[in-house]
Ligand binder design. Structure first.
Ligand SMILES: NC(=O)c1ccc[n+]([C@@H]2O[C@H](COP(=O)([O-])OP(=O)(O)OC[C@H]3O[C@@H](n4cnc5c(N)ncnc54)[C@H](OP(=O)(O)O)[C@@H]3O)[C@@H](O)[C@H]2O)c1
Length: 309
Protein backbone atom coordinates (compact mmCIF):
# COMPACT_ATOMS: atom_id res chain seq x y z
CA UNK A 1 0.00 0.00 0.00
CA UNK A 2 1.18 3.54 -0.78
CA UNK A 3 0.48 6.43 1.61
CA UNK A 4 0.80 10.02 0.39
CA UNK A 5 1.73 12.71 2.93
CA UNK A 6 0.91 16.43 2.81
CA UNK A 7 1.15 19.05 5.54
CA UNK A 8 0.69 22.79 5.10
CA UNK A 9 2.55 23.34 8.40
CA UNK A 10 5.54 21.04 8.46
CA UNK A 11 7.62 18.66 6.40
CA UNK A 12 7.74 14.91 6.83
CA UNK A 13 10.39 15.38 9.59
CA UNK A 14 9.56 13.32 12.68
CA UNK A 15 6.68 11.65 10.83
CA UNK A 16 8.99 9.61 8.62
CA UNK A 17 10.71 7.43 11.27
CA UNK A 18 7.46 7.17 13.26
CA UNK A 19 5.41 5.99 10.28
CA UNK A 20 8.14 3.66 9.02
CA UNK A 21 8.40 2.02 12.45
CA UNK A 22 4.64 1.66 12.92
CA UNK A 23 3.94 0.33 9.42
CA UNK A 24 7.05 -0.97 7.64
CA UNK A 25 4.83 -2.66 5.02
CA UNK A 26 3.51 0.69 3.74
CA UNK A 27 5.38 2.86 1.20
CA UNK A 28 5.45 6.52 2.20
CA UNK A 29 5.53 9.31 -0.42
CA UNK A 30 5.66 12.95 0.65
CA UNK A 31 4.34 15.77 -1.55
CA UNK A 32 5.49 16.95 -4.03
CA UNK A 33 7.36 13.68 -4.83
CA UNK A 34 4.31 11.47 -5.22
CA UNK A 35 5.38 9.49 -8.29
CA UNK A 36 2.55 7.76 -10.15
CA UNK A 37 -0.62 9.23 -8.61
CA UNK A 38 -2.68 6.20 -9.69
CA UNK A 39 -0.76 4.02 -7.22
CA UNK A 40 -1.77 6.01 -4.16
CA UNK A 41 -4.52 4.47 -2.03
CA UNK A 42 -4.35 6.52 1.17
CA UNK A 43 -3.44 10.10 2.10
CA UNK A 44 -2.37 11.54 5.46
CA UNK A 45 -3.02 15.27 5.35
CA UNK A 46 -3.12 18.58 7.16
CA UNK A 47 -4.80 21.42 5.27
CA UNK A 48 -4.32 20.05 1.75
CA UNK A 49 -4.73 22.68 -1.00
CA UNK A 50 -8.08 22.50 -2.83
CA UNK A 51 -7.86 19.83 -5.54
CA UNK A 52 -4.84 18.03 -4.06
CA UNK A 53 -6.92 15.03 -2.93
CA UNK A 54 -9.01 15.03 -6.10
CA UNK A 55 -5.82 14.51 -8.14
CA UNK A 56 -5.40 11.03 -6.60
CA UNK A 57 -7.69 8.87 -8.80
CA UNK A 58 -7.52 5.65 -6.75
CA UNK A 59 -7.69 7.16 -3.29
CA UNK A 60 -9.57 4.94 -0.80
CA UNK A 61 -8.90 6.63 2.54
CA UNK A 62 -8.23 10.18 3.79
CA UNK A 63 -6.53 10.39 7.18
CA UNK A 64 -6.40 13.64 9.13
CA UNK A 65 -3.17 14.56 10.91
CA UNK A 66 -5.28 16.14 13.65
CA UNK A 67 -8.46 15.52 15.66
CA UNK A 68 -10.40 18.04 13.57
CA UNK A 69 -11.31 17.57 9.91
CA UNK A 70 -12.46 21.12 9.09
CA UNK A 71 -9.16 21.58 7.20
CA UNK A 72 -10.22 18.78 4.81
CA UNK A 73 -13.95 19.50 4.49
CA UNK A 74 -13.25 23.07 3.34
CA UNK A 75 -11.82 21.65 0.08
CA UNK A 76 -14.78 21.90 -2.33
CA UNK A 77 -13.07 19.46 -4.72
CA UNK A 78 -12.39 16.66 -2.23
CA UNK A 79 -13.57 13.24 -3.49
CA UNK A 80 -16.93 12.70 -1.77
CA UNK A 81 -16.87 8.90 -1.99
CA UNK A 82 -13.63 8.54 0.00
CA UNK A 83 -13.99 8.00 3.78
CA UNK A 84 -12.35 10.57 6.04
CA UNK A 85 -10.92 9.37 9.33
CA UNK A 86 -9.86 11.75 12.08
CA UNK A 87 -6.98 11.26 14.48
CA UNK A 88 -7.90 9.92 17.90
CA UNK A 89 -4.78 9.45 20.00
CA UNK A 90 -4.73 8.96 23.79
CA UNK A 91 -1.56 11.09 24.00
CA UNK A 92 -3.37 14.00 22.38
CA UNK A 93 -6.33 13.56 24.70
CA UNK A 94 -4.00 13.67 27.73
CA UNK A 95 -2.39 16.86 26.39
CA UNK A 96 -5.78 18.54 26.06
CA UNK A 97 -6.75 17.42 29.58
CA UNK A 98 -3.53 18.99 30.92
CA UNK A 99 -4.09 22.23 29.01
CA UNK A 100 -7.74 22.63 30.00
CA UNK A 101 -7.28 21.70 33.67
CA UNK A 102 -4.28 24.04 33.90
CA UNK A 103 -6.19 26.96 32.40
CA UNK A 104 -9.34 26.27 34.44
CA UNK A 105 -7.27 26.14 37.65
CA UNK A 106 -5.48 29.38 36.71
CA UNK A 107 -8.81 31.15 36.26
CA UNK A 108 -10.43 29.47 39.26
CA UNK A 109 -7.55 30.43 41.58
CA UNK A 110 -7.58 34.04 40.27
CA UNK A 111 -4.05 33.80 38.93
CA UNK A 112 -4.60 36.55 36.32
CA UNK A 113 -5.69 38.94 39.09
CA UNK A 114 -2.67 38.08 41.26
CA UNK A 115 -0.38 38.71 38.23
CA UNK A 116 -1.90 42.16 37.82
CA UNK A 117 -1.69 42.85 41.55
CA UNK A 118 1.97 41.87 41.56
CA UNK A 119 2.70 44.27 38.70
CA UNK A 120 1.13 47.05 40.82
CA UNK A 121 2.78 45.85 44.08
CA UNK A 122 -0.67 45.28 45.57
CA UNK A 123 -1.12 42.87 48.51
CA UNK A 124 -4.77 41.89 48.55
CA UNK A 125 -6.06 38.45 49.50
CA UNK A 126 -8.70 37.37 47.01
CA UNK A 127 -10.43 34.14 47.95
CA UNK A 128 -11.76 31.88 45.19
CA UNK A 129 -14.96 29.92 45.78
CA UNK A 130 -14.54 26.24 46.51
CA UNK A 131 -14.28 24.12 43.37
CA UNK A 132 -17.73 22.64 43.89
CA UNK A 133 -19.16 26.14 43.60
CA UNK A 134 -17.29 26.88 40.37
CA UNK A 135 -19.40 25.90 37.38
CA UNK A 136 -17.47 24.70 34.36
CA UNK A 137 -19.30 24.34 31.03
CA UNK A 138 -17.73 22.38 28.21
CA UNK A 139 -18.92 22.91 24.64
CA UNK A 140 -18.54 19.44 23.10
CA UNK A 141 -18.51 16.19 25.08
CA UNK A 142 -16.67 14.04 22.56
CA UNK A 143 -13.24 12.45 22.85
CA UNK A 144 -11.59 15.58 24.26
CA UNK A 145 -14.50 17.24 26.05
CA UNK A 146 -15.48 14.09 27.95
CA UNK A 147 -11.89 13.47 29.09
CA UNK A 148 -11.55 17.09 30.28
CA UNK A 149 -14.91 16.84 32.04
CA UNK A 150 -13.77 13.73 33.94
CA UNK A 151 -10.54 15.41 35.05
CA UNK A 152 -12.41 18.51 36.24
CA UNK A 153 -14.94 16.36 38.11
CA UNK A 154 -12.01 14.64 39.83
CA UNK A 155 -10.81 18.08 40.96
CA UNK A 156 -14.20 18.72 42.52
CA UNK A 157 -15.66 21.22 40.04
CA UNK A 158 -19.35 21.47 39.13
CA UNK A 159 -19.12 20.31 35.51
CA UNK A 160 -21.66 20.37 32.68
CA UNK A 161 -21.29 19.78 28.96
CA UNK A 162 -23.23 20.62 25.85
CA UNK A 163 -23.41 18.28 22.87
CA UNK A 164 -25.81 17.37 20.08
CA UNK A 165 -26.91 14.12 21.72
CA UNK A 166 -27.43 13.62 25.50
CA UNK A 167 -24.57 12.00 27.41
CA UNK A 168 -24.33 9.94 30.55
CA UNK A 169 -20.98 10.73 32.13
CA UNK A 170 -20.32 10.33 35.86
CA UNK A 171 -21.06 13.59 37.75
CA UNK A 172 -21.34 15.64 34.53
CA UNK A 173 -24.63 17.42 33.83
CA UNK A 174 -25.53 16.86 30.18
CA UNK A 175 -27.24 19.54 28.07
CA UNK A 176 -28.09 18.56 24.51
CA UNK A 177 -29.15 20.49 21.45
CA UNK A 178 -30.17 24.06 20.72
CA UNK A 179 -33.09 24.00 23.17
CA UNK A 180 -30.76 23.39 26.12
CA UNK A 181 -28.10 25.93 25.12
CA UNK A 182 -29.38 28.89 27.14
CA UNK A 183 -29.78 26.83 30.34
CA UNK A 184 -26.26 25.46 29.86
CA UNK A 185 -24.79 28.95 29.48
CA UNK A 186 -26.77 30.39 32.40
CA UNK A 187 -25.01 27.98 34.82
CA UNK A 188 -21.48 28.36 33.40
CA UNK A 189 -18.74 30.43 35.08
CA UNK A 190 -15.88 29.11 32.92
CA UNK A 191 -16.79 28.14 29.36
CA UNK A 192 -14.45 25.71 27.57
CA UNK A 193 -14.83 25.32 23.79
CA UNK A 194 -14.01 21.82 22.55
CA UNK A 195 -16.44 21.36 19.69
CA UNK A 196 -15.50 20.81 16.06
CA UNK A 197 -15.71 23.75 13.67
CA UNK A 198 -18.75 23.17 11.47
CA UNK A 199 -21.36 25.31 9.76
CA UNK A 200 -23.45 24.99 12.95
CA UNK A 201 -20.68 26.03 15.36
CA UNK A 202 -18.83 28.78 13.47
CA UNK A 203 -18.96 31.98 15.52
CA UNK A 204 -20.55 30.24 18.52
CA UNK A 205 -18.27 32.23 20.84
CA UNK A 206 -19.95 35.50 20.00
CA UNK A 207 -22.09 38.17 21.58
CA UNK A 208 -25.28 36.10 21.82
CA UNK A 209 -23.42 33.43 23.78
CA UNK A 210 -21.43 35.85 25.95
CA UNK A 211 -24.61 37.73 26.91
CA UNK A 212 -26.21 34.52 28.19
CA UNK A 213 -23.31 33.67 30.52
CA UNK A 214 -23.34 35.02 34.08
CA UNK A 215 -21.64 38.44 34.22
CA UNK A 216 -17.88 38.05 34.77
CA UNK A 217 -17.64 34.55 33.26
CA UNK A 218 -14.43 33.45 31.53
CA UNK A 219 -13.84 31.71 28.22
CA UNK A 220 -11.24 29.16 27.11
CA UNK A 221 -11.13 28.44 23.36
CA UNK A 222 -9.19 25.30 22.49
CA UNK A 223 -11.45 24.40 19.55
CA UNK A 224 -10.82 26.46 16.43
CA UNK A 225 -10.32 30.15 15.71
CA UNK A 226 -13.48 30.16 13.61
CA UNK A 227 -15.56 29.56 16.74
CA UNK A 228 -14.70 33.01 18.07
CA UNK A 229 -16.18 36.32 16.89
CA UNK A 230 -13.08 38.34 17.79
CA UNK A 231 -14.70 41.79 17.92
CA UNK A 232 -17.48 40.43 20.16
CA UNK A 233 -14.91 39.11 22.63
CA UNK A 234 -13.12 42.47 22.80
CA UNK A 235 -16.45 44.21 23.41
CA UNK A 236 -17.47 41.69 26.09
CA UNK A 237 -14.11 42.11 27.86
CA UNK A 238 -14.43 45.90 27.70
CA UNK A 239 -17.91 45.81 29.23
CA UNK A 240 -16.94 43.31 31.95
CA UNK A 241 -19.45 40.74 30.71
CA UNK A 242 -16.44 38.45 30.14
CA UNK A 243 -13.66 38.71 32.75
CA UNK A 244 -10.83 36.70 31.17
CA UNK A 245 -10.20 34.79 27.97
CA UNK A 246 -7.68 32.07 27.16
CA UNK A 247 -7.20 31.53 23.44
CA UNK A 248 -5.20 28.73 21.84
CA UNK A 249 -6.62 28.92 18.33
CA UNK A 250 -7.22 31.86 15.98
CA UNK A 251 -8.92 32.71 12.72
CA UNK A 252 -5.50 33.63 11.31
CA UNK A 253 -2.57 31.52 12.47
CA UNK A 254 0.09 32.53 13.28
CA UNK A 255 -1.69 35.37 15.09
CA UNK A 256 -0.55 38.55 13.28
CA UNK A 257 2.07 40.54 15.22
CA UNK A 258 -0.15 43.65 15.36
CA UNK A 259 -3.27 41.81 16.60
CA UNK A 260 -5.11 43.36 19.55
CA UNK A 261 -5.11 40.06 21.45
CA UNK A 262 -1.34 40.04 22.06
CA UNK A 263 -1.26 42.96 24.49
CA UNK A 264 -4.73 42.63 25.98
CA UNK A 265 -4.43 42.46 29.80
CA UNK A 266 -7.29 39.97 30.08
CA UNK A 267 -6.39 37.64 27.24
CA UNK A 268 -3.90 34.80 27.42
CA UNK A 269 -2.60 33.71 24.01
CA UNK A 270 -1.06 30.30 23.39
CA UNK A 271 0.13 29.34 19.87
CA UNK A 272 -2.21 26.40 19.05
CA UNK A 273 -0.43 24.01 21.39
CA UNK A 274 -3.25 22.66 23.56
CA UNK A 275 -2.98 19.20 21.99
CA UNK A 276 -0.32 19.03 19.32
CA UNK A 277 -0.15 15.92 17.19
CA UNK A 278 2.73 13.70 18.27
CA UNK A 279 3.88 11.71 15.20
CA UNK A 280 5.23 8.85 17.35
CA UNK A 281 1.90 8.11 19.05
CA UNK A 282 -0.24 9.20 16.09
CA UNK A 283 1.56 6.72 13.82
CA UNK A 284 0.07 3.85 15.84
CA UNK A 285 -3.49 5.06 15.19
CA UNK A 286 -2.70 5.71 11.52
CA UNK A 287 -1.17 2.25 11.06
CA UNK A 288 -4.26 0.68 12.65
CA UNK A 289 -6.49 2.48 10.16
CA UNK A 290 -4.37 1.44 7.18
CA UNK A 291 -4.59 -2.16 8.35
CA UNK A 292 -8.38 -1.77 8.51
CA UNK A 293 -8.32 -0.48 4.93
CA UNK A 294 -6.24 -3.46 3.78
CA UNK A 295 -8.61 -5.86 5.58
CA UNK A 296 -11.73 -4.17 4.16
CA UNK A 297 -12.94 -3.22 7.66
CA UNK A 298 -14.78 -0.05 8.67
CA UNK A 299 -13.12 2.78 10.60
CA UNK A 300 -14.30 3.61 14.15
CA UNK A 301 -13.16 7.23 13.84
CA UNK A 302 -14.69 7.85 10.42
CA UNK A 303 -16.38 11.23 10.33
CA UNK A 304 -19.79 12.11 8.93
CA UNK A 305 -19.19 14.75 6.23
CA UNK A 306 -22.80 15.94 6.46
CA UNK A 307 -22.45 16.66 10.20
CA UNK A 308 -18.98 18.12 9.56
CA UNK A 309 -17.22 16.07 12.24
N1 LIG B 1 -6.27 23.40 20.16
C1 LIG B 1 -5.80 22.21 19.84
O1 LIG B 1 -4.60 21.96 19.93
C2 LIG B 1 -6.75 21.13 19.39
C3 LIG B 1 -6.29 19.80 19.35
C4 LIG B 1 -7.17 18.81 19.00
C5 LIG B 1 -8.48 19.11 18.69
N2 LIG B 1 -8.91 20.41 18.73
C6 LIG B 1 -10.30 20.72 18.40
O2 LIG B 1 -11.17 20.01 19.28
C7 LIG B 1 -12.30 19.57 18.52
C8 LIG B 1 -13.02 18.45 19.25
O3 LIG B 1 -12.28 17.25 19.19
P1 LIG B 1 -12.89 15.86 19.69
O4 LIG B 1 -11.88 14.82 19.36
O5 LIG B 1 -13.35 15.95 21.11
O6 LIG B 1 -14.19 15.73 18.74
P2 LIG B 1 -15.38 14.69 18.82
O7 LIG B 1 -14.97 13.47 19.59
O8 LIG B 1 -15.88 14.53 17.44
O9 LIG B 1 -16.48 15.43 19.72
C9 LIG B 1 -17.18 16.53 19.26
C10 LIG B 1 -18.26 16.91 20.29
O10 LIG B 1 -18.88 18.14 19.86
C11 LIG B 1 -20.28 17.96 19.84
N3 LIG B 1 -20.88 18.78 18.79
C12 LIG B 1 -20.55 18.84 17.47
N4 LIG B 1 -21.36 19.70 16.83
C13 LIG B 1 -22.22 20.18 17.75
C14 LIG B 1 -23.30 21.10 17.69
N5 LIG B 1 -23.67 21.68 16.55
N6 LIG B 1 -23.97 21.36 18.83
C15 LIG B 1 -23.63 20.76 20.00
N7 LIG B 1 -22.59 19.89 20.12
C16 LIG B 1 -21.91 19.61 19.01
C17 LIG B 1 -20.48 16.49 19.58
O11 LIG B 1 -21.79 16.11 19.98
P3 LIG B 1 -22.29 14.56 19.88
O12 LIG B 1 -21.43 13.80 20.87
O13 LIG B 1 -23.69 14.61 20.28
O14 LIG B 1 -22.03 14.13 18.47
C18 LIG B 1 -19.35 15.87 20.42
O15 LIG B 1 -19.76 15.74 21.75
C19 LIG B 1 -11.70 19.20 17.18
O16 LIG B 1 -12.66 19.20 16.16
C20 LIG B 1 -10.66 20.28 16.98
O17 LIG B 1 -11.22 21.36 16.29
C21 LIG B 1 -8.07 21.41 19.07
Amino acid sequence: MILAFYSANRGLGAWEPALRQAMPEVELRAAPDLGDLEEIEAALVWRPPPGWLAALPNLKLILSQGAGVDHILTDPLRPRHVPIVRLVDPYMTRSMVEYVTFQVLRLHLKEPEFRRQQQDHVWRQLVPPSARDRRIGILGLGELGAACAAALVALGFDVAGWSRSPKQLPCVTSFAGEAAFDAFLARTDILVCLIPLTAATRGILGRATFDRLPRGASVINAGRGGHLAEADLLAALASGQIAEAVLDVFETEPLPADHAFWDHPRIVVTPHVAALTNPVTAAEAIAANLRRLAAGEDFPDRIDPDAGY
